[in-house]
Design a protein around this ligand. Structure first.
Ligand SMILES: Cc1cc2nc3c(=O)[nH]c(=O)nc-3n(C[C@H](O)[C@H](O)[C@H](O)COP(=O)(O)O)c2cc1C
Length: 187
């Protein structure tokens, strides 16, 4: 299964970096697959550790894709790393093996510590819409605009029916990026 998480990493000077990543999960074993170039990848190769943050505030996902990466962090409990303060739970991992690749290396990880912080309160369709729209935006240069627009039209249905303030704010950031991209292509 692939779980959409926020991965926090640190470089050797202790500077933290956060990025949404789809993590392949098999019990306590995980694989991170960053596309090159990636700050997350560079940090993972330096520190050999990461934190997977399980987060229902979709503004963090949309924020990372729209230049808003300054989310409050606190120290991890076992590894030398950082945890997203708004995470419902997190897992601290160590890299155990790397399968290198010029496009998308595979980093195999093992969980060393998992902590619950707050209850999971159920699924929300608008959160799904924001996640899918964020993925589309991460591929703006690779997908035809007609496909992006038709998918956004579909995702907007669930968003308009079920969103709260956080989801509406995140959606607004993502739509602004699409509009900016369209204006740039036209110019
Ligand atoms: C839900 C979601 C899942 C993503 N999963 C991945 C992933 O598995 N690998 C990847 O390279 N980028 C993924 N991305 C895109 C990255 O978060 C984004 O490109 C980011 O800037 C990665 O580069 P960085 O490590 O330099 O920050 C995902 C984005 C979203 C919104």
């Amino acid at each position: 299964m692939i779980q959409e998480t926020i991965v926090t990493t640190q470089n050797s000077s202790g500077a933290a970096h956060i990025a949404p990543m789809g993590i392949h999960v098999n019990g306590d074993d995980f694989i991170i697959l960053p596309f090159r170039p990636s700050t997350t990848l560079n940090n993972l190769l330096e520190s050999k550790t990461a934190v997977f943050n399980y987060c229902d505030d979709v503004r963090v996902f949309a924020g990372c894709l729209t230049g808003r990466r300054d989310w409050p962090l606190k120290s991890a409990e076992i590894i030398n790393g950082k945890v997203l303060c708004c995470a419902l739970a997190h897992t601290e991992v160590e890299i155990v093996r790397i399968e290198d690749d010029p496009v998308r290396p595979k980093l195999f990880c093992k969980a060393v510590h998992t902590v619950n912080h707050a209850p999971f309160k159920g699924f929300n369709r608008a959160q799904y819409s924001v996640l899918e729209a964020a993925i589309l935006i991460s591929r703006l240069n690779r997908l035809p605009m007609e496909k992006i627009e038709s998918e956004i039209d579909y995702l907007r249905i669930g968003l308009e029916k079920t969103a709260g303030d956080r989801e509406l704010e995140a959606w607004g950031w993502l739509m602004a990026i699409i509009e900016k991209f369209k204006a740039k292509v036209k110019a």
